[in-house]
Design a protein around this ligand. Structure first.
Ligand code: NAD
Ligand code: DAU
Length: 341
C-alpha cells in the first residue's frame, strides 16, 4: 500500500530539478499539496513554474532553509508529512570561487530542516544528494551505495557533509530519512552555467565552447524526468535509512558531448576552445543503479538520443527563458569564470 502523504515540503523547487519534479509530481498525484520553499537565489526562477502556479495543490513560500525561525513557522503551519530537500548551492565552479554559501545552505540548511522535522515529526525526509560525494573513478568500475565517500570539491564536500548529518539524525533520533544520489542531470530549465545548457546556448550564439582540460572527463548523464521519477519511487517505496544510487547509464566524454551538440545544431567545431582545467576536476563518474532497479522497479525511460534531442529543442524554443538569465548578473559570473581562463 502507498504511504498516505497529504502535504510535502519541497525545498529548492524553483531550481532546475525541483521545478521539473513539482510539474511531474502534480500531474501524477492529484491529492497531495506541494509546498515549495525557495530562497530564489540566482538559480531560483519562478518562470520555470508558470504553468503550475495556479494549481490549487501548489503553494509557494520565499524563504531560506537556514532560517530556523522561518522553517519552524512553516512546519507549524503545515505539519508536513514529508520533506524533499532539493535546496542547495549546486555549481562546482562557484564553490571554488566562494565556498562559504555552500556550507551555509547545503550543510547548515540541511541541519535546520532535520531539526524542524525532528521537532514536528513526519513520515519521510528525503535528502537529494549526488554521485559527486563518492569522488572520482578511474577508467573502470562504478559507484555503488557502499563506495567510500571521498568528495573532491567544496560543493561535493558540503553535500557529503549533509548526507552524514542525515544519517546521524536517522540513527540517533529515529528520523525516517532516505538519501538519493544521482548522476549528472540534463533537460529543460537547467541554469545556463551548467555544461549542457552552456554548450547549447553558446553554440546558438556562435560563441566559443569552453572545454576544461583535455575534455576527456566522463559524466553519466540522466534525463531530469527520469531522476524525478526515481525520487518519487524512493519517497513512496524506499526503505528508511537507505541510500539509493540513480544513474542514467550514459557515460559520455565532455568533448564528445560538445561535438555532438555542435553537430545537431549545424555549427562548426572551430567553436570549441580548450581552456584551463577545473582544480580537483573529477575524471569519471558512473553509477551502479542496480539497487533501485531491483528493489523499487525504477528504470530510466529516456534514451540518451531522445533526451538530448528534447533538451536541445527546448533551449532552441525557449530563448526568452535563457536570454533573460544571461543578460543579467550572469554576465559578471561568466567574465569571472571564463575571461582569463
Ligand atoms: P539549482 O541550483 O538549479 O537549484 C537550487 C534551488 O535551491 C534554487 O531554486 C535556489 O533558489 C534554491 N536555494 C538555494 N539556496 C537556498 C536556501 N538557502 N534556501 C532555500 N532555497 C535555496 O540546483 P539543481 O541542479 O536543481 O539541484 C537540486 C538538488 O539536486 C541539489 O541538492 C543538488 O545537489 C542535487 N543534484 C543535482 C544534480 C544535477 O545534475 N544538477 C545531480 C544530482 C544531485
Ligand atoms: O554529478 C552530479 C553533479 O553534476 C551535481 O551534483 C551538480 O550539482 C551538477 O552541477 C553537476 O556537476 P558537474 O561538475 O559534473 O557538472 P558541470 O555541468 O559543471 O560540468 C560537467 C562537466 O563538464 C565537468 O567535467 C566539467 C565540464 N565543463 C563544465 C563547464 C561548465 C567544461 O568542460 N566546461 C564548462 O564550461
Amino acid at each position: 500500500m502507498l504511504l498516505n502523504l497529504k502535504n510535502i515540503l519541497v525545498t529548492g523547487g524553483a531550481g532546475f530539478i525541483g521545478s521539473n519534479f513539482i510539474r511531474l509530481f502534480l500531474e501524477k498525484h492529484r491529492d497531495v499539496d506541494l509546498i515549495n520553499l525557495d530562497k530564489l537565489t540566482y538559480a531560483g526562477n519562478l518562470e520555470s513554474l508558470r504553468d503550475v502556479e495556479s494549481d490549487p495543490h501548489y503553494h509557494f513560500y520565499r524563504g531560506d532553509i537556514t532560517d530556523a525561525a522561518f522553517v519552524r513557522r512553516l512546519f507549524n503551519e503545515w505539519h508536513f508529512d514529508a520533506v524533499i530537500n532539493f535546496a542547495a548551492e549546486s555549481h562546482v565552479d562557484r564553490s571554488i570561487l566562494g565556498p562559504q554559501v555552500f556550507i551555509d545552505t547545503n550543510v547548515r540548511g540541511t541541519m535546520t530542516l532535520l531539526e524542524a522535522a525532528r521537532e514536528f515529526g513526519l513520515e519521510r525526509f528525503l535528502q537529494v544528494s549526488t554521485d559527486e560525494v563518492y569522488g572520482s573513478l578511474g577508467p573502470a568500475g562504478k559507484f555503488t551505495e557502499t563506495t567510500h565517500i571521498s568528495p573532491n570539491s567544496p560543493y561535493s564536500a558540503s553535500k557529503a557533509s549533509a548526507d552524514l548529518l542525515v544519517r546521524g539524525w536517522e540513527k540517533t533520533f529515529n528520523l525516517p530519512t532516505m538519501i538519493t544520489r544521482c548522476s549528472n542531470n540534463y533537460g529543460p530549465y537547467q541554469f545556463p552555467e551548467k555544461f549542457i545548457p552552456l554548450m547549447v546556448i553558446n553554440a546558438l550564439q556562435n560563441k566559443e565552447l569552453p572545454i576544461y582540460g583535455d575534455g576527456l572527463n566522463v559524466r553519466d548523464w540522466i534525463y531530469v524526468e527520469d531522476h524525478c521519477e526515481a525520487i518519487d519511487d524512493v519517497l513512496y517505496k524506499g526503505k528508511i535509512g537507505e541510500v539509493y544510487n540513480i544513474g542514467g547509464g550514459n557515460e559520455v566524454q565532455n568533448i564528445h558531448m560538445a561535438k555532438l551538440i555542435l553537430n545537431k545544431l549545424g555549427k562548426t567545431e572551430s567553436l570549441l576552445k580548450y581552456v584551463k582545467d577545473r582544480p580537483g576536476h573529477d575524471r569519471r563518474y558512473a553509477m551502479d543503479s542496480t539497487k533501485i532497479e531491483v528493489e523499487l522497479g525504477w528504470k530510466p525511460r529516456h534514451s540518451f538520443e531522445q533526451g538530448i534531442n528534447e533538451t536541445i529543442k527546448w533551449y532552441v524554443e525557449n530563448e526568452k527563458w535563457w536570454r533573460r538569465i544571461i543578460s543579467g548578473e550572469y554576465q559578471n559570473y561568466y567574465k569571472l569564470q571564463y575571461e582569463e581562463r
